[in-house]
Design a protein around this ligand. Sequence first.
Ligand SMILES: *Cc1c(COP(=O)(O)O)cnc(C)c1O
Length: 383
Amino acid sequence: MLDLRAQYAPLRDDVRGALERVFESQHFIGGEEVQGLEREIAAYCGVAHAVGCNSGTDALLLAFMAAGVGVGTQVLCPSFTFFATAGTVWRLGARPVFADIDPVTYNLCPESARRAAERCERLTAIVPVHLYGQVADLDPLFALARERNVPIIEDAAQAIGARDTSGALAGSRGAFGCFSFYPTKNLGAAGDAGIITTNDAERAALLGRLRNLGAETKYLHREVGVNSRLDAVQAAVLRVKLAHLDGWSERRRANARFYDAAFAEAGARDSSIPLAAGGFPLRTPRSAPAPAEHIYHQYVIRVPAERRDVLRDHLLQQGIGCEVYYPIGLHQQPCFEPLGYRAGDLPETEAAARETLAIPVHAELEPEQRERVAAAIVTYLSR
Ligand SMILES: *Cc1c(COP(=O)(O)O)cnc(C)c1O
């Protein structure tokens, strides 16, 4: 799915030089590298402030804490997402309220979100997830958030540098934008790391305290925070890689365009046409036109449920990486059973969980490799 060694090879000297600086300074927590990264990410994402922390999961946790999510409150989010989106809500003693997705973009469906919000008495935040690197349909969600007087917290873990249909960058419009630098994300650290963006100086200051156990000054705590600081080692590596991010995103888009064309030639349609409409049994992802920009964290195809796992096994047998993101909606996770959801409650989420498959789209993918991936899929589905 990913070739991190190929990504590292041309960066080797720069990464080692950056690490050498950190080790010579022996300044491992906070400090110049971390502040430098926070400034650079804020500028890259078009926001006033960025606050580093330990992971994307903690970015969500800290943003929720800053927004007052706690016991007895509710947070609206999609079910078709990585576990952390809702797991962090639960850990704060609050309840995730799941809405369904749009079957074309796989992002939070505004109508479903509105219906779910109607069932909430103590709604505290709405969390669109910019899944696979495409920004969710934010305007109707902001309208809903204004009506309910709650903040939008963007889970932008998969979407650094992506733009919405108005051209705004992921993480720049919500009260908070939460990013992950997990090694396999488009901008990956050498371990766990994350960051939270915000345009509000007070919110940034609050996050700065919350990630440092709530300390206002040394040994003075007016609030209880967590230990979730960003290491200088991670910041130094990320600063080297940030300079390459736009180029990598462009290569991902070029790979996506290649697949779009190769599959269209075989008769595939984009995902706005249901699989049931017949034709070649594959649908390609649909991306909104400019100024929107998809960063293709994943390139996700859709095939009939009865063929999905067989196709996956077939590709894996040929040494072609592929992965199902996500095989189970969060509303059907055993740990969330107490919430009372049942099979059939979120039909689009459940269908996507059965029919989607992510194929390699990373920046280091060679032309021969992507040709082999497309050919293997087309040949198999043509049978
Ligand atoms: C990766 C991811 C996270 C969590 O980030 P970590 O750095 O792994 O903790 C949260 N939400 C989404 C949508 C993600 O893809």
